[in-house]
Design a protein around this ligand. Structure first.
Ligand code: URA
Length: 481
């Protein structure tokens, strides 16, 4: 039995280094034990590393992206599963395309569960203010992730809360950000976390005021906000009484006289359109955009969906406008079109987390059909009004390349009213000289009714994204093992 001891539960580099040597030495999957840290080292208690460098090794890039997610799962068999996939990929080059294969199916399920856990952590961490004796504001949160996601999710919190000092305590380790440096500390217990602060009363009042009894769907609510997270959420104690009272309130709403539509925001603190110089940073732009009144779309949308991604991203992708899910979450490209985009990026060997992703229009435009909010294309005036924010984003990120996803984005960026087909694949440029590529919008692929056309068009889209990678190699995912 060979023993590959990993230094921590999500030790991808360690796994990769062992896996490469084992596979090159033709060590079969069943002959390896993968203990972590100082745990019991396996059947024979010997730490043995295979030698041998005889076999040439290669895997598709998509495998690396998959493995980096799967390794974060808490399932004890993940290392084994990944090595088995690596082993099989040497003979079965198209293995990852076989969704019904047991190993592939399992790995995809683990990766999905890791992504979901990361999403839940970004959505349900609630900071509480503490006095840490150092002056200024400090915040502490308690969260119980299901998987080993701390390092993977850390960048999100650093980016979101850069100017705060914060600590996230979890049973799997602690993330500490002092405003400059991120550290990973020891596992913590709930008892170390503070239980309430003054903000929570405000937050509960806010939550109760935005709770709409007429749109209550307890099942969907519990799926999106699983009950196990409730004990860490200050608003959770309100949920049961609000649900219990929902039917009465809805009846009351139906019976009461219609009111004229109410503006959700009081004043309009947005800077004057011409006063670009008043906004000096991306953060100021994102904050000002939250109260944008440049067109009327803000009235019905839940919130502004500003761009997201590293401020120094080499590539900016511009879509059309947020969809239903983006509008609710406040993040671009996280719904069905976002999933298509994510998958195509991975297939093209590109790292979405290193790209800045935004939209030509920052509010969701829709038509209400029954309970459904159906996407409606923004008009030229709305696109033009929103160009203000897009210009600021491009000005602060200063990408090496801009990619227009679809005709609306292309029109917003260039004023080009011609067909997307004519622009697609050509190396264009913005007026300031920044290179520009245009391709289709991912939702176009979702709308194609014919499976063959869908497959062919998806391949073309991936080829366009590969062109992005060849123009900006720093956006590429790390090379395969
Ligand atoms: N479509 C877009 O153009 N942008 C999004 O963020 C989601 C769907």
């Amino acid at each position: 039995m060979f023993v590959a001891r990993l230094s921590h539960p999500a030790d991808f580099e360690g796994w990769r280094s062992f896996a490469r040597r084992f596979a090159q030495g033709s060590v079969a999957p069943s002959a390896i034990d993968w203990p972590v840290g100082d745990s019991d080292s396996g059947l024979f208690g010997e730490d043995v590393v295979a030698g041998g460098e005889d076999r040439a090794l290669s895997v598709p890039r998509a495998f690396i992206a998959l493995a980096q997610e799967v390794i974060c799962h808490s399932d004890a068999t993940r290392f084994d599963l990944l090595y088995r996939l690596l082993w099989r990929l040497q003979e079965e080059r198209e293995l990852l395309q076989i969704a019904s294969d047991h190993d592939v199916h399992r790995a995809e399920a683990l990766a999905r569960s890791v992504r979901r856990d990361m999403h839940k952590m970004t959505a349900f961490v609630r900071f509480r203010e503490v006095d840490d004796g150092q002056g200024g504001e400090a915040f502490v949160a308690w969260f119980e992730p299901e998987h080993h996601i701390l390092e993977k999710v850390a960048a999100f919190f650093v980016e979101r809360f850069t100017t705060m000092r914060w600590t996230i305590l979890t049973p799997r380790g602690t993330l500490l950000w002092d405003g400059r440096e991120l550290r990973l500390g020891e596992a913590a217990t709930r008892a170390q976390a503070p239980t309430s602060d003054a903000m929570e009363e405000w937050w509960r009042t806010y939550y109760a005021s935005i709770f709409n009894p007429a749109r209550l769907k307890p099942k969907a609510m519990k799926a999106e906000m699983p009950v196990k997270y409730w004990r860490n959420l200050p608003e959770a104690e309100l949920i049961s009484p609000l649900i219990a009272d929902a039917a009465r309130r809805t009846q009351e709403m139906i019976m009461s006289a219609p009111t004229s539509p109410q503006k959700r925001w009081a004043a309009a603190p947005e800077p004057a359109a011409a006063d670009l110089s008043a906004i000096e940073s991306w953060e100021e732009a994102a904050s000002a955009a939250r109260s944008c009144r440049r067109c009327d779309l803000w009235c019905d949308a839940t919130q502004t969906v500003f761009g997201e991604g590293p401020r120094s991203a080499p590539v900016v992708f511009v879509g059309e406008q947020p969809g239903d899910q983006e509008d609710l979450a406040g993040k671009p490209f996280i719904g069905p079109a976002g999933k298509v985009f994510d998958r195509a990026m991975a297939d093209a060997g590109l790292d979405r987390t290193q790209a800045y992703v935004t939209n030509a229009v920052k509010h969701f435009k829709f038509q209400l059909r029954g309970k459904r909010r159906i996407h409606e294309k923004p008009n030229a005036g709305e696109v033009k009004a929103c160009r203000f924010w897009l210009d600021l984003e491009l000005g602060f990120v200063k990408p090496q390349l801009v990619v227009a996803l679809g005709a609306t984005a292309l029109k917003a960026l260039t004023g080009h009213a011609g067909s997307l087909t004519a622009a697609r694949g050509r190396e264009l440029a913005l007026p300031d000289g920044t290179p520009l590529l245009a391709t289709v919008h991912p939702s176009y692929l979702l709308r194609l009714p014919d499976e063959d056309a869908k497959e062919a068009e998806t391949r073309r889209f991936i080829a366009d994204l590969k062109q992005v990678g060849s123009l900006v190699p720093t956006l590429r995912l790390p090379k395969a093992a």
